[in-house]
Design a protein around this ligand. Sequence first.
Ligand SMILES: NC(=O)c1ccc[n+]([C@@H]2O[C@H](COP(=O)([O-])OP(=O)(O)OC[C@H]3O[C@@H](n4cnc5c(N)ncnc54)[C@H](O)[C@@H]3O)[C@@H](O)[C@H]2O)c1
Length: 403
Amino acid sequence: MSGPQILIVGGGMITHDQLLPSLYHMQRQGRLGAIAVCASRFSTVRDLARAETLLRAFPGQSFRASPDRDGPPQPELYREAIAALPPRQIVVVAVPDQLHYEVAMAALGRDQHVLCVKPLALEYRHAAAIEREARARDLLVAVEYHKRFDDRSLMARRQYRAGAFGEFRLGAARLFEKWYYRHSNFQNWMTTAHSDAFTYIGCHYVDLVHFITGLLPVAVSVYGVRDRFPNGNEGFLWTDARVIWSNGACLNVQNGLGFPDDAPGTNTQGLTLYCGGEDQGALLEHSDQYRGLKHSYTRRPDSPGATIYAEPSPDYFQYVDLAGVGLTPVGYGYRSVDYIVSSMIRVESAPDDCRRELLEEFDHAGIMATPHNSSFNERVIEAGRRSILEGGAPVGIKAVGAA
Ligand SMILES: NC(=O)c1ccc[n+]([C@@H]2O[C@H](COP(=O)([O-])OP(=O)(O)OC[C@H]3O[C@@H](n4cnc5c(N)ncnc54)[C@H](O)[C@@H]3O)[C@@H](O)[C@H]2O)c1
């Protein structure tokens, strides 16, 4: 096996559904070395290693698990796992939002590239510290905003930037996860003290509006409805945000863990941007949930949230049978991981004196979210957290550079 070694910190839903299968596929193609997964609990890595879908798709492939035996939770074990890597490999940060900063900094401190699930951090100063640390060591930090790699986002970006839609004026976005999410590990960390529905999932559409239009957010207000998780913890499980942009445009973003479990599709989500040109209205509308497929099965599938009538998305992440060994992951979830990891491999293959230039090229291209070109997201999250704790008061955002 050649290519960089990978350490994934966190073995929860996103690791199972998108990250590990994407990395296994790259490993199967001979582009990655050994893969390790570190969680705080043995049961997490044990269950991941036994996951039926992964065993079927990637027969003969496995990861090195830590902890490797049962015992009390080890929240600091990831530091040892990072220290065990040779320098300039890849650490994937897939832990709850409030831990991203410390895991990313621990990885950078050991000279590792970092792929971090969104959001990079909950405070702007943390994103800035991550950027400084990465720059000092010529390492790539990329935030995995996978919606950027949906072809419809890339089409919209190209056409918007060519002037086809005029200028964005008013818009709405929504992303509601299914109700059953409340019963998952989310109830232990997506609590009012740490996060909320907007911070968790709304950031995707704030990022996407910038990605398409190039505009920057200047103010945000987030109203959150407090609700109880099944374990009694309190969370802002429904949020309504208003984001004002640098040209005065306004985006309303609604989020929640509340899409009915019996409704078709894994969630409901979409984006509408009303725009204006010279004496002409323009419209960009994406249904990011209903992608034209209707399935009705003979019985309800076993997976959580699955329904007998379904509207599956072929676009985010699916396994297809292309013959050969196992199954092949397809979709923008896979493409996003491939793009980021391939970019890290490019940095390592470049001569030492060209690395800085390549990293700056990534920052300026703005296709991959880096701390340099996407930390407006941390500004929005930080302001949004202040706003939600003040009942939805508007909070201004300082200007920040972005690609
Ligand atoms: N659409 C998206 O981009 C998307 C979707 C889902 C999750 N995410 C992000 O991914 C992250 C994880 O979400 P998830 O859905 O996998 O959550 P999850 O609750 O299912 O999993 C979190 C994992 O982190 C592990 N963990 C917690 N503390 C740890 C520590 N100290 N050391 C090592 N491991 C630790 C837990 O064991 C668990 O395996 C979150 O930041 C979330 O916002 C992004």
